[in-house]
Design a protein around this ligand. Structure first.
Ligand SMILES: *Cc1c(COP(=O)(O)O)cnc(C)c1O
Length: 368
């Protein structure tokens, strides 16, 4: 058995190689590399895919959240509700605009922010909630939107991991007032470098986000606001246009792979398999299992030629970068327990059923 990597682009990228190469040639020969027709077309296509009126392509997922916050005028003196267990980008975006972070614990089954814990966390200066659709499962968006409406808060979906998922039939990236996603190569819709986007139904917010991503300028050399430089470039947009056509197919394949894992692993009492809320779908960006013997299992799998990763080993509140907030071990016990016990198994279009079976069998052997 040769090494089974945690993630491989091989099957996906080989299957679209000629399309990607011709997309590259077209951009190369157009002599136009920033904010041109590829960005416009991709924005149109991704907006349509996300069932919203507007998409604004930006440089990466972190910038997408920062620009969304800036577009809503959220900054110093404001506070924003974020999940206690997320990739640190969600927290960093709030810090970057100068707002205060209010972490809220996840539902221990779905790992997504627990809507029943949001209301009591809201403060008088709270302006927004950033639900993160973690591991590819969309949050309970109906409840989150209802709370936001009751307290007059904005919702910014962090949709970096859950492109193409639905809650009660409504797609991710279309629930919040303005939403952020990432096309980091490893995401389900990944560019061949850094890229990201904002989605919204609000024309005014879309226009403002567009201005902020481009130096605060709509008309060249006239600057209305202090913007940043975070543009999606023509090449990445051209590649993303190709890959977007396959996103649903690839998400479907990931669901099939997840089903194999569920079938093979469900008899092992020592591990917890992912739970999907009955009204939600997942694109299985990650297939995360939990076990008290996580470190030993990871080591054992590695010895048996299986790559795994931990998403994420240290929750944001315990990171060195956030020591000024004064949180300790025990501050957010659910996030900490997930960090201590989670393990992400290989998951990508192209992994074979035989490989999944071998991974499952190896896990069974470990617990025997
Ligand atoms: C990847 C990711 C981001 C950041 O995206 P980048 O493109 O890497 O900046 C933000 N939030 C979540 C949940 C992510 O997984």
């Amino acid at each position: 058995m040769s090494f089974i990597p945690f993630l491989s682009f091989e099957k996906m990228h080989q299957s679209i190689k000629s399309e990607i190469h011709s997309a590259f040639d077209k951009v190369y020969d157009s002599y136009w590399y920033i904010l041109g027709k590829n960005v416009e077309e991709f924005e149109k296509n991704y907006a349509q895919y996300s069932n919203v009126n507007y998409c604004v392509g930006v440089g990466n997922g972190l910038d997408a959240i920062i620009i969304a916050l800036k577009t809503l005028n959220i900054g110093k003196g404001d506070s924003v509700i974020v999940p206690s267990n997320t990739y640190i980008a969600t927290w960093l975006a709030v810090s970057y605009v100068g707002a205060e972070i209010i972490p809220v614990e996840p539902n221990p089954k779905t790992y997504n922010i627990d809507p029943t814990k949001i209301e009591s966390a809201i403060q008088s200066n709270t302006k927004a909630i950033i639900p993160v659709h973690l591991y590819g499962q969309i949050c309970e968006m109906d409840k989150i939107m209802a709370i936001a409406q009751k307290y007059n808060l904005f919702v910014i979906e962090d949709n970096a991991q859950a492109q193409g998922t639905y809650f009660k039939g409504k797609i991710s990236g279309s629930w919040g007032h303005i939403n952020a996603t990432s096309f980091y190569p490893g995401k389900n819709l990944g560019a061949l470098g850094d890229a990201g986007a904002i989605t919204t139904n609000d024309e005014h917010l879309a226009q403002k986000a567009k201005t902020i991503r481009n130096y605060g300028s709509q008309k060249k050399y006239y600057n209305e606001v202090k913007g940043i430089n975070s543009r999606l470039d023509e090449l990445q947009a051209a590649f993303l246009k190709v890959k977007l056509k396959y996103l649903d197919e690839w998400n479907k394949e990931r669901n099939q792979i997840a089903q194999w894992y569920y079938d093979y692993l469900n008899e092992i009492d020592e591990i917890i398999l992912p739970t999907i809320h009955p009204d939600a779908t997942s694109n299985y960006h990650l297939f995360v299992i939990r076990t008290l013997k996580r470190n030993e299992l990871q080591e054992y799998l590695h010895q048996h030629q299986i790559g795994t990763l931990i998403h994420y080993p240290v929750p944001p509140h315990l990171q060195e970068a956030y020591k000024e907030l004064g949180y300790k071990k025990g501050s957010f016990p659910i996030a900490e327990e997930i960090a201590d016990t989670c393990l992400s198994l290989p998951m990508y279009p192209g992994i074979s059923k035989e490989n999944v079976e071998y991974i499952a069998q190896t896990i069974k052997n470990f617990f025997k």
